[in-house]
Design a protein around this ligand. Structure first.
Ligand SMILES: [Zn+2]
Length: 255
C-alpha cells in the first residue's frame, strides 16, 4: 500500500515527529536504506489519530482557525506534502498550531477514530470547537489510554477553552510545562510555554509570567539546538513580553 520512501519527500511535520520519536540518526539510516517506512514508526508510537488544534483566540488567522479540529490518521501525516492547514498561515509570525497525537480509547475518541478511518479517502474529519470540548469532556480518565493520552487531552482542553474559561486553559498549559518529558510530546512544549505566558499576562499574573519566561530561557538556551526548540520568532515574542513585564513592574523600594 505504501510505496518505498524517498527521503526528499519527508514533510517538516514528519521530520519533527520522527526526530522526536526515535533516535533520529538510526532511523534516518534505516529509512534511507529502505528498510523501514515512516508509517511503521507512526504505528509503533501508539497514536491512532492526530488532531490539529489552534488556540481559541481572535488573534489566530482565518486559515489556521479554519483548520482547527482537523483529524488525521498517522498514514496521512506520513504522506507527501502533508500540511494540517488548508493553506498558508496568513500571519508573518506563524500562528501556534499543535498536532496532537492520541490513542483515544474512550467512547467519544473511538467514534472520532472510526470516522477518520471511514473518511480517510474522502474529505476527512474536522471537529467543531463543541466537538473538541465534548471529546476532552468524555470519560478519558476511565479508559485504557488515560496515561498515554493525558498530556494530549490537557493540551486540547487548554487550546479550546482559552476564550470561555481561561482558568481551564492555564491549568492545562501549566500541566504541559511541568510534565512534558517524553520525546513524543516535546513538540508541544514551546507552544505550551508561549500560550501560558500570554494567558498569565492577560490575567495580570505578571510575577508568574516573568518566572515562566525565565524558565523558558533556561530550558531552551540560545547556544543549543533541537527540533523542538523555539524559532527565532518565538524567542523574540518571549523577549518582548519579558521586557514589557520588567518595564511595567513597580520599582523595588528597599525595606
Ligand atoms: Zn495562521
Amino acid at each position: 500500500m505504501f510505496g518505498e520512501w524517498e527521503f526528499a519527500e519527508v514533510t517538516p511535520y514528519l521530520v519533527a515527529v520522527l526526530g522526536l520519536l526515535v533516535v533520529w540518526q538510526y532511523y534516518q539510516m534505516q529509512i534511507m536504506a529502505g528498510r523501514i517506512m515512516a508509517v511503521d514508526i507512526f504505528e509503533r508510537s501508539g497514536v491512532r489519530m492526530y488532531i490539529y488544534v489552534v488556540p481559541d483566540d481572535d488573534a489566530i488567522c482565518p486559515v489556521c482557525a479554519g483548520s482547527n479540529g482537523r483529524v488525521f490518521l498517522p498514514s496521512q501525516i506520513a504522506g507527501k506534502g502533508f500540511s494540517p492547514r488548508y493553506g498558508q498561515c496568513q500571519h508573518p509570525t506563524p500562528c501556534p498550531g499543535m498536532l496532537i497525537g492520541l490513542y483515544g480509547a474512550w467512547q467519544e475518541a473511538r467514534g472520532v477514530v472510526e470516522r477518520a478511518r471511514a473518511q480517510a479517502k474522502k474529505n476527512g474529519v474536522q471537529l467543531s470547537q463543541e466537538e473538541l470540548r465534548a471529546l476532552v469532556n468524555g470519560q478519558w480518565e476511565m479508559s485504557i489510554s488515560a496515561e498515554t493520552d493525558r498530556l494530549g487531552v490537557h493540551m486540547i482542553e487548554a487550546a479550546c477553552y482559552e476564550k470561555i474559561n481561561r482558568a481551564v486553559s492555564t491549568t492545562g498549559y501549566r500541566y504541559a510545562v511541568e510534565e512534558i518529558k517524553e520525546v513524543r510530546h516535546l513538540l508541544l512544549l514551546v507552544p505550551a510555554y508561549l500560550r501560558l505566558a500570554l494567558l498569565l499576562v492577560r490575567s495580570g499574573d505578571n510575577d508568574e509570567a516573568l518566572a515562566l519566561i525565565e524558565r523558558f530561557e533556561t530550558r531552551f538556551p540560545t547556544n543549543k539546538r533541537g527540533l523542538h526548540f523555539p524559532t527565532a520568532e518565538q524567542r523574540n515574542i518571549m523577549k518582548l513580553r519579558k521586557s514589557h513585564l520588567l518595564g511595567s513592574q513597580p520599582e523595588k523600594v528597599p525595606a
